[in-house]
Design a protein around this ligand. Structure first.
Ligand code: ADP
Ligand code: F6P
Length: 324
């Protein structure tokens, strides 16, 4: 028989993402509506190990749905990767009467949730990352806001780049995943898109394209470069030297992770937060919430982590086709 959940904890972990606050709000308010107490755990697993644990009431999450970042704070915690750290975390949960935890974060955070689940603390993960790189879900909290932030910034760079007839390399976030780069590549009509999933790009081909399109009268050339490829400044120097066309690098950086969440991020985060609490109260544990084929679903964490996701070849091809 499933153990009765009287108190749940909620934490945000890994890189923050716009919409995490909407998820926290939904977890707190759904739990309270179902007659369950909530404890907020600050600064991810690090805060759990430091016992930075606070009681949360419905009013404590008022006025946060529209705010970027996470009101609970987030952190990366090496100690929690060790069996000793995980054991200590589970004991702290028991000491504070926490029977179940909702973890809002990415793949790494799910591993921590899995460890807690093995140690008897019921856990549910919610996908929170701007990178869209969690295979078991078509949606991750924060991607929509981040990609729109990057798109608007790139539009602005493109304006000045066209006026000066320059080439621009714009670096967007994504150390291991190129979804922000691909989406901006299409949404901004970029001439080239460099993704960490495709390291084998040919710089000479890019240089040839720049020269050819300039001959045809094109006044700009936008290259969206993902963080995982990086080196935008040195790439700009090489392209300028080879083409004779002024080339500038712009690294958008952390601005992409901040800002007020979009309606989509607020909406999905709210439903996912409520869904996580409800399946926790059904007695489920070691699950991750996802959005697949128009529905909110949940998977075993291991099953979710073993799923594969890759850049869609057709979409990548279309991006190039449309930029001619
Ligand atoms: P994300 O959750 O965004 O993928 P990280 O990979 O940095 O971000 O993971 C966030 C945190 O989750 C880590 O700092 C660590 O505390 C915890 N974590 C990551 N991997 C593991 C693991 N294998 N076992 C236990 N905890 C982990
Ligand atoms: O949140 C995801 C992400 O933005 C990645 O795209 C990036 O590589 C990473 O986080 C950087 O995180 P930090 O510098 O905060 O460790």
């Amino acid at each position: 028989m499933a153990k009765e959940i009287k108190t749940i904890g909620v934490l945000t972990s890994g890189g923050d993402a716009p919409g995490m606050n909407a998820a926290i709000r939904a977890v707190v308010r759904t739990a309270i509506a179902r007659g369950v107490k909530v404890k907020g755990i600050k600064k991810g697993y690090q805060g759990l190990l430091n016992e930075e644990i606070i009681d949360m009431e419905a009013k404590d999450v008022a006025d946060i749905i529209h705010r970027g970042g996470t009101v609970l704070g987030t952190a990366r915690c090496l100690e929690f990767k060790t069996p000793e750290g995980q054991q200590k975390g589970a004991e702290i949960c028991k000491k504070h009467g926490i029977d179940g935890i909702v973890v809002i974060g990415g793949d790494g955070s799910y591993r921590g949730a899995q460890a807690l689940s093995r140690l008897g603390i019921n856990t549910i993960g919610i996908p929170g990352t701007i990178d869209l790189d969690i295979a078991c879900t078509e949606y991750t909290i924060g991607f929509d806001t981040a990609v729109n932030t990057a798109m608007e910034a790139i539009d602005k760079v493109k304006d000045t780049s066209s006026s000066h007839e320059r080439c621009s390399i714009i670096e967007v976030m994504g150390r291991d995943a190129g979804y922000i780069a691909l989406w901006c590549g299409i949404a901004n009509g970029a001439e080239d898109i460099l993704l960490p999933e495709k390291y084998d790009y040919n710089e000479q081909e890019i240089i040839n394209n720049i020269i050819a399109s300039r001959k045809k009268g094109k006044t700009h050339h936008i290259i969206i470069n993902a963080e995982g490829i990086g080196h935008s400044t040195s790439m700009a120097r090489r392209i300028e030297a080879a083409t004779g066309i002024e080339t500038r690098a712009t690294i958008l950086g952390y601005m992409q992770r901040g800002g007020n969440p979009s309606a989509k991020d607020r909406y999905y985060a709210s439903i996912m937060g409520a869904y996580a609490v409800d399946i926790l109260l059904e007695g489920k544990t070691n699950r991750v919430v996802g959005y697949q084929h128009g529905e909110f679903v949940d998977f075993d964490i291991e099953e979710g982590l073993n799923m594969q996701k890759s850049i869609d070849e057709y979409q990548f091809e279309v991006a190039h086709l449309l930029s001619v």
